[in-house]
Ligand binder design. Structure first.
Ligand code: ADP
Ligand code: MG
Length: 237
């Protein structure tokens, strides 16, 4: 069944799936730590964007999500903020066991943007973020990963290289984000995505964001997500 929430007169948030948590109206509704709230305020984010209103309570409740919203709608914070909460909820932070949160993005430019955005929120809790994409020395990247981190932001190809080099393992990974999934498919990363996800324990939380949902992406989503809630943000037409 489908639920439609009106965000503004012209904008609807559509959700489908069972037991969908209601959208939040404010960041205060999310139960974030005071450190995270301060980081949000520092970004001058007054209130959540529509995709954030719908996605934050879903992801914070531990559910898998398929998020469909256009570019510029604020998807990054929708997956980064709950990721910090997820990491802080782990019993203890141990070194050199690999990332807890893994974010895959199609291009280095996008991975870099997500890396910068993640760091702004991660540093409020001393969470370490590593970027893994082409254009940097593999040796430097290897060393950085060996030093340990809680979050990896990566392009699929370079992440596979680092996994093969045993720069990191996925044994601690429990929160995976596939951002711009449609573009990753367009760029031919489907085998790499399947390989990466296949190395992550099945009781993980999986988030998939995409501007469009072609059949191939839909098929992957059905295979790797568990009882996902689908959120679509769009104009009322
Ligand atoms: P998307 O991934 O959906 O294309 P981004 O996550 O890159 O969008 O966000 C687009 C822009 O909106 C960024 O500059 C980001 O800092 C800003 N932004 C995100 N959330 C909010 C918010 N709640 N309030 C104001 N600006 C925001
Ligand atoms: Mg984005």
């Amino acid at each position: 069944e489908e639920d439609v929430f009106e965000y503004k007169k012209s904008l609807a948030i559509r959700t489908s799936g069972f037991d969908v948590p209601r959208p939040v109206k404010t960041f205060e509704d999310c139960g974030f730590s005071s450190q995270l709230m301060a980081a949000i305020k520092k970004q001058d984010y007054q209130k959540p964007t529509p995709i954030q209103c719908a996605a934050l309570p879903i992801v914070l409740s531990g559910r898998d999500i398929i998020g469909i919203a256009k570019t510029g709608s604020g998807k990054t914070a929708a997956f980064v903020l709950p990721m910090i909460v997820h990491i802080m909820d782990q019993p203890e932070l141990q070194k050199e066991e690999g990332p807890i949160g893994v974010i895959c993005a199609p291009t280095r430019e996008l991975a870099h943007q997500i890396y910068l955005e993640s760091k702004k929120f991660a540093k409020s809790h001393g969470v370490r973020v590593s970027a893994v994409f082409g254009g940097m020395s593999k040796l430097d990247q290897f060393k950085e990963l060996k030093a340990g981190c809680e979050i990896v932001v990566a392009t699929p190809g370079r992440l596979i290289d680092m996994l093969k080099m045993k720069a990191l393992t996925m044994q601690r990974a429990t929160y995976i984000v596939l951002d711009e999934a449609d573009r990753m498919f367009d760029l031919g990363f489907e085998p790499q995505i399947r390989s990466i996800v296949g190395q992550i324990r099945p009781d993980r939380q999986t988030l998939l964001f995409s501007a469009t949902m072609p059949r191939k992406v839909e098929k992957l989503a059905r295979e790797i997500l568990s009882d996902p809630i689908r959120v679509t943000v769009g104009e009322v037409g």
